[in-house]
Design a binder for this molecule. Sequence first.
Ligand code: SF4
Ligand code: FES
Length: 247
Amino acid sequence: MSQARTIRFSIFRFDPQDPNDKPKMVNYEVTEAPGMTVFIALNMLREQQDPSLQFDFVCRAGICGSCAMVINGKPTLACRTLTANYPKGEIILMPLPGFELIGDLSVNTGKFMRELAERLQLWLQPNSIDNDIHRMEQPMDPDEAAKLYELERCVECGVCVSACATKQMRDTFVGAVGMMKIARFELDSRDTRTADDFYHVIGNQDGVFGCMTLLGCQDACPKDLPHMTQIAYLRRKMALTSPNRIL
Ligand code: SF4
Ligand code: FES
């Protein structure tokens, strides 16, 4: 029987609340088990070696989006990443860039998503008849429902934000997650906002015209959402809506 190998972790540690603390990398070792994920290894580290290690998780199944971090240079979900993917057994963990650091590997994606939702008004805006709670719900066209479901799969992990070079250069850029959510409401026949309304929100360099099409968002998204198709669609639509359009 082959002997279990040792995985060497180098983990970013920093408590921004402690004025005496400084950012540093700390090394740990864990004995690999079959099917071990980075999340399982982190849990073992916290339980057996260092209870002060901060990282987030809820579902352990790629559903909540909480455990996103940078693993060997790539933003992704720790609970969906096998240690077996790293043949050298060396794993470097960093917090997601572009978000407020809570501590170590934990970042405040919730604050970012909340501010994004308020800025882009990411909620359904139906007409006044639809606000009547006593009215029978209308069935949705199955094709439209299927397309909406596709865009609803976003788990708000923040990976696409961290993988986006434009976002890292321009903090006000709404990022792929913002545009995917706008695409979701633009598609929804119950939403009364017009292309002109959406133009005033994302028809600028902080929205669709700021995207440099580097594809980092689509390459990194753990839910394989169709970022580029949707961003290209919105960009064409916003270009045709622009008051400065040539056509
Ligand atoms: S679009 Fe993908 S990468 Fe971006 S927040 Fe949603 S699930 Fe995460
Ligand atoms: S713990 Fe929920 S996505 Fe990883």
